[in-house]
Write a protein that binds this ligand. Structure first.
Ligand code: SF4
Length: 625
């Protein structure tokens, strides 16, 4: 009997309405684990290079990991993948909540959806029963309404719903797949892929459980987390949510402000997690089996009606719709967050594309003729709220912004592309490379474009503490300054990113304070595999190599691994005044990083030798014959 996984992948062809089951076997799960690994496997094997990401030939993949659904904190994650309509490359976003664990309890490790339905449908999965149902009555509805209607229709309050939202229906290029209403598989525009398939929702109810090889070993880790999470940094996540980190980032000059022109914000105090706790917070929320409860529920009844049903702003949202747009109005940010969750929009891309438009307007590169009469200036909360709605509905100026800042800038011209804060077409998240030099290398080289989830935050390794201690078993013995880009830092970036991608493949939250040996023991306890830290890191490296191979086949090269010019420009004010990342250091570090990863310096693809070393001879064959 398999432990941790079921050996069952659900295949659904929406064009033919065929439903099938695939049983790929233990070697598949021990090689790819889940998440990125499984997604990249199907994309490489089944997509013809150059297909339209918003056409029926794309795949939409829901991939749990071998740890998803195990009864231990952090195990409530899974990934959504496909070819990205935002970047044209490897598209993936991982997400927490309860949906992934429910899918596992229903007896499935993942779903691979192909084709396009003739009219709106939803998928109903009740254990091993799978149906394609009419969704015309759900089309156009906000996410909380859809969840309520589906639970009523299916007669079960415990049904979990993943859905694309109206923004996905309209194929906004940064639409996300919303889960449990408040949890976004936010990045790379997979909600638009879902909408393009006329797939409104995937409703799941599972009454089984994940079989564990060693239940006591898993229980032991769950106990350890419950007893210790308040002493670790997860304690501050419990207190003030992810937005609790905004205060620190502002203090050290790393809070993206006015489209990354500054690193600290005079209105920061009004949008912190602490302020949220003191003002609009009405409750905390968690993911499957997690005691940390870093999720927020907020309510406002004044200028904006915000209901707890749509959660509350994460740090990324508070900064993207807040400081990045020069806005210090927490109620407006909470309302913007509600709109994004209701329509199914990525709050990061939404904030950055609006910030791009604000900067271009202030520089005179956009006028009221472009913006439909909006006097678009930093700090204008009403304009931000208006534009979120326009983007989601693809109306007026918002229709251009719905393409993402790179395409919007290319359409407008007039030098606006210079201010589009993106890599490979995906907007930067709310982390500033000028205070974390290695982060910029991660942004430049990520196969999903500017992305923070699998990236490094150098400040964690700049002083003695748990993070550097956990790296000692890999041979990194001493703290490394956050503003270094020397060989030691490049090696750290590589190891760290491999380990982060591994989290994704396992279905494990990156916030968990587990060390590498605890994670190894968790995988052993769940699967019964006598795994090692070496094997797990190789799984992360393998998944990343496959994603890079996918991008190479789609026409990406080393030229697409770009560090944005703005991060080499020194800050003019604030705690980090005068700090920029020297361009020549970035180039040297990128070359070294390519060398360490076994990526070709022209094509950016993993070499045949590297692919063979990772056990990916079939990918070497695909790429090089
Ligand atoms: S730490 Fe937060 S995001 Fe991670 S599993 Fe727990 S509640 Fe979810």
């Amino acid at each position: 009997m398999p432990y941790g996984y079921h050996n069952r992948i659900l295949r659904v062809n929406l064009s033919t309405r065929e439903i099938a089951v695939e049983e790929p076997g233990e070697a598949f799960f021990r090689t790819y684990f889940g998440g990125w690994g499984v997604t990249a496997h199907y994309l490489l094997k089944e997509l013809t290079p150059g297909i339209d990401p918003l056409g029926p030939d794309n795949l939409l993949i829901f991939a749990s990991g071998v740890v998803t659904g195990a009864p231990v904190g952090g195990s409530g994650r899974h990934a959504v993948g496909g070819k990205s309509p935002l970047t044209g490359g490897f598209g993936e976003a991982d997400v927490g909540g309860f949906w992934g664990a429910e899918l596992k309890q229903a007896g499935w490790d993942g779903i691979v959806i192909s084709g396009r339905a003739e009219r709106p449908v939803y998928l109903w999965i009740k254990d091993d029963q799978v149906e394609i149902c009419d969704a015309s009555h759900l089309w156009g509805k906000w996410t909380a309404d859809v969840e309520t209607m589906l639970r009523e229709e299916l007669g079960d309050e415990r049904v979990r719903v993943a859905q694309c939202g109206p923004a996905g229906e309209r194929m906004v290029r940064f639409a996300c797949v919303m889960h449990d209403v408040t949890r976004a598989a936010g990045r790379t525009g997979l909600g638009a892929v879902m909408g393009s398939k006329n797939l409104k929702a995937v409703a799941v109810r599972g009454t089984g459980q994940v079989e564990l090889a060693d239940r006591e070993q898993v229980r032991e880790l769950a106990r350890w987390l419950r007893e210790h999470f308040m002493e670790e940094w997860t304690g501050s996540l419990y207190e003030h949510g992810t937005d609790g980190g905004l205060t620190y980032l502002d203090a050290i000059g790393g809070l993206p402000t006015r489209n990354f022109q500054q690193g600290s914000f005079e209105g920061a105090k009004r949008i912190t997690g602490e302020t949220m706790t003191e003002t609009i917070l009405v409750g905390k929320d968690s993911c499957f089996a997690c005691p940390v409860q870093c999720k927020r529920r907020v309510q406002t009844t004044g200028r904006y009606e915000v209901t707890p049903a749509y959660g509350g702003p994460e740090y990324e949202t508070a900064a993207a719709l807040g400081s990045c747009c020069g806005i210090d109005d927490l109620e407006a940010i909470a309302y913007g967050n509600q709109l994004c969750n209701a329509y199914g929009l990525d709050t990061i891309s939404a904030g950055v594309v609006i910030a791009w438009a604000m900067e271009c307007f202030e520089r005179g590169l956009l006028t009221k003729e472009d913006t439909g009469g909006l006097d678009l200036r930093f700090g204008d909360a009403e304009a931000m709220v208006e534009l979120v709605q326009q983007i989601a509905n693809r109306q007026d100026f918002g229709n251009l912004l719905a393409e993402g800042c790179l395409r919007a800038a290319q359409t407008i011209g007039r030098g606006t592309e210079r201010y589009a804060m993106q890599v490979k077409g995906q907007e930067f998240p709310m982390h500033e490379p000028r205070i974390k030099f290695g982060l910029g290398i991660g942004y430049a080289t990520s196969p999903t474009g500017a992305d923070h989830v699998h990236n490094i935050h150098d400040t964690s390794y700049a002083a003695e503490g748990g993070a550097i201690q956990d790296m000692r078993s890999l041979g990194i013995l001493h703290p490394i300054p956050a503003d270094s880009l020397g060989p030691e830092k490049v090696r750290l970036v590589k190891y760290h990113i491999d380990w982060q991608v591994l989290h994704n493949c396992l279905g494990l939250c990156v916030f968990m304070p587990y060390n590498k040996e605890q994670i190894r023991d968790l995988v052993r306890g769940v699967t019964g595999w006598n795994t090692t830290v070496f094997e797990l890191m190789k799984a992360g490296e393998r998944a990343l190599a496959m994603a890079r191979a996918f991008n190479y086949r789609e026409g990406f090269s080393a030229k697409d691994d770009v560090a944005h010019w703005r991060f080499s420009t020194p800050f003019e004010s604030g705690p980090t005044k005068g700090v920029g990342v020297p361009e020549e250091d970035v180039q040297r570090a990128l070359e070294l990083y390519y060398g360490m990863r076994g990526w070709d310096k022209e094509t950016g693809a993993p070499t045949a030798a590297k692919l063979h070393e990772l056990g990916l001879s079939w990918v070497a064959e695909l790429l090089y014959g």
